[in-house]
Design a protein around this ligand. Structure first.
Ligand SMILES: [Zn+2]
Ligand SMILES: [Zn+2]
Length: 383
């Protein structure tokens, strides 16, 4: 194939309202600063779903941003990796802007360009469809596009892990799990004996619940509309569960949560739903100097309002990307906690056995039946 391209199978999104279609594409050879990874597994994240369903990208595109796999080829300038290394892929960052320089790379000036543009940083596409002379399919989603048999990543978003670890399980660590746990450990720095409320018990919210338990929070209050999700939250460490549908209105939910928290209000609140009304409830559950973390931003143009008097007593409403995680440092910590039995994120995972099952995985996640679908791309590795 021209220019050392390789043939790959990719689950291509052709339009917001069409299913994924497994398609043969040509993938460019790694650029000097790129790593080619043979994908073993990828999980599906709500960001993949929203990006496609709300047309927040250009089509056709290869999505997927929670990949794991094995290093297959290295660009000439790549250092610190060898062919055969086992890796987890995460979000990308530039490494030299003001936020990257203070170890807050999730707020990188280039966050949008590197993770959502659908191209290499220089604007090139990496995937070519059969019969086309030039690369004509968008990719480079989070500088990986893991819904494919191979991906191109950067040193900055590639995390080497021990070869004894199960790559088919680790995929969610690269985004969803580190976002929830990172918000507790890195952003909020949840203290022992505190009260925290988590709205929304998907992968991110349940990862926050598990982390709050590790942080020895006294009251860990999980809120959802789905009773089975609340059961899972209690299994993972929630001390209280709140079924939103049991209450007449938002004010009643807030009143109930404040009554549970031992000091009359929570010190920390996390909203994972992306709904302005729920974010407001989260904020209202916090007392003086309480911090509310907004993890899901809703859609472009969405706004939230809080009462100015309510903000006055030192309260903070804070947007959070990727749980303020420096993935290279943080993911190994999560793996360590998991190996100690303190962070059982594997309980969130339901496995799917082929690249053709991404639509099934998305539908099961959307319906609430599955918390975190992991799609096995390389069945030979996983068996
Ligand atoms: Zn940066
Ligand atoms: Zn994600």
């Amino acid at each position: 194939m021209p220019g050392d391209e390789i043939e790959v199978q990719a689950a291509v999104a052709f339009a917001s309202d069409q299913p994924y279609k497994t398609t043969t594409l040509a993938l460019k050879a790694p650029a000097a600063n790129e790593i080619r990874v043979k994908i073993v597994a990828t999980s599906v994240c709500h960001t993949d779903v929203i990006t496609k369903d709300k047309s927040l990208c250009e089509f056709p595109i290869v999505l997927g941003h929670e990949g794991t796999g094995i290093v297959d080829a290295l660009g000439d300038d790549v250092e610190g990796f060898e062919i055969g290394d086992h890796v987890i892929l995460s979000y990308d960052f530039c490494g030299h802007c003001p936020q990257c320089q203070i170890s807050k790379p999730s707020y990188c000036d280039e966050h949008g360009n590197l993770n959502f543009a659908g191209t290499r940083p220089n604007g090139e596409k990496t995937h070519r469809s059969e019969g086309s002379d030039t690369a004509d399919v968008f990719g480079s989603f989070f500088q990986q596009s893991s819904f494919a048999t191979y991906a191109l990543s950067h040193v900055t978003n590639t995390i080497k892990v021990d070869k004894s670890l199960p790559l088919e399980l680790l995929a969610p660590l690269g985004c969803g799990v580190q976002t929830g746990a990172g918000t507790v450990f890195n952003t909020l720095e949840v203290k022992a004996d505190s009260s925290i409320v988590v709205f929304g018990c998907g992968c991110v919210g349940l990862s926050a619940v598990m982390a709050a338990k590790v942080a020895a929070a006294k009251n860990i209050i999980a809120v959802d509309i789905n009773p089975s999700r609340l059961e899972m939250a209690k299994e993972l460490g929630a001390t209280h569960s709140v079924l939103a549908g049991d209450f007449a209105d938002a004010a009643a939910i807030v009143k109930h949560i404040k009554a549970i928290s031992h000091s009359g209000a929570c010190q920390y609140a996390i909203d994972t739903t992306g709904l302005a009304t729920v974010l407001r409830q989260a904020f209202d559950c916090c007392g003086p100097m309480g911090i509310t973390a907004m993890i899901a931003p809703g859609l472009p143009g969405d706004e939230v309002s809080v009462e100015m008097m309510g903000l006055l007593p030192g309260k903070i409403l804070r947007g959070v990307i990727q749980g303020d995680s420096v993935s290279k440092d943080f993911i190994p910590k999560l793996i360590d906690l998991w190996q100690q039995g303190k962070f059982p994120f594997d309980k969130l995972v339901t496995q799917y056995d082929s690249i053709d099952s991404i639509d099934d995985a998305v539908n099961a996640m959307n319906s609430g039946d599955v918390i975190k679908p992991v799609v096995i791309i390389d069945a030979d590795y996983a068996s």
